[in-house]
Design a protein around this ligand. Structure first.
Ligand code: DC
Length: 228
């Protein structure tokens, strides 16, 4: 519509959205936009400020002073800058995941971050992942994908990812966290996670990363007539 293509990928946490979307973006020469990282910045800022992340009024108060920027380094990686500090690693800490889920339930936070996301899609060809990209942020996206997998499969993958970063956790802990976030993300009143009617469903429970990537690329090529 604005001369740029947008591919929206939504789905629950741990479905492999970000790894798959990042690789597909590199493959097709698109910019990868991880919108969860923006919510994570707000969650981190609220956590650092010592406020209750479930309290919409308290979170609202810190928003105007926040300076959140999404920048891309030479390798094309998205880095998150919060008040001049690169917080790309800190926002991934397990305790920040729940803070991010909590703040993302507040309408005021969603409204505050909406324009930042739409601006990226106006200015670039994007593969954008999140929870409400196909339904709210980019309802006119050229292609919408709903990427999912069973909670157990997602927990197993997340556990391996945390272990590879040296972060201690157990399968039960990770599964509990995933189930809690699934519940919160799908039951909130503001922009709950749901599949857009026109989204293609990709379920990766039974398939590994490489096969999921091939499936995603095939879907993009077929639907958009794109070739890498
Ligand atoms: O994708 P993620 O796990 O990094 O996202 C962190 C939290 O942010 C997640 O619990 C849901 C929320 N989120 C959202 O509400 N809308 C988005 N577009 C992206 C993430």
């Amino acid at each position: 519509m604005n001369g740029h293509n947008a591919i929206a990928i939504d789905g629950p946490s741990g479905a492999g959205k970000s790894s798959l979307a990042r690789r597909a973006a590199a493959h097709f020469g698109y910019i990868y936009v991880d919108t969860g990282a923006i919510y994570r910045c707000v969650g981190l800022a609220a956590h650092r400020a010592g406020i209750n992340t479930r309290d919409a009024e308290a979170v609202k108060e810190i928003l105007p002073a926040l300076d959140i920027r999404m920048v891309y380094n030479e390798a094309g990686e998205q880095r998150m800058i919060l008040d001049e500090e690169d917080v790309s690693a800190d926002i991934r800490l397990p305790e920040i995941s729940l803070c991010a889920s909590n703040v993302s339930a507040h309408a005021v936070v969603r409204a505050y971050l909406l324009e930042m996301q739409r601006k990226m899609a106006r200015e670039h060809d994007v593969i954008m992942d999140g929870r409400d990209i196909g339904t709210i942020v980019l309802p006119d996206a050229e292609l919408k994908i709903f990427l999912t997998a069973s909670a157990e499969a997602r927990a197993q993958r997340r556990l391996l990812e945390l272990q590879s970063k040296g972060i201690e956790s157990s399968f039960d802990e990770v599964l509990k966290d995933i189930e809690l976030r699934d519940y919160q993300d799908t039951h909130r009143t503001e922009a709950p996670l749901r599949r857009a009617e026109d989204a293609v469903l990709l379920d990766t429970t039974e398939i590994g990363f490489d096969e999921s990537f091939e499936l995603l690329c095939r879907t993009i090529e077929e639907r958009l007539g794109l070739k890498a």
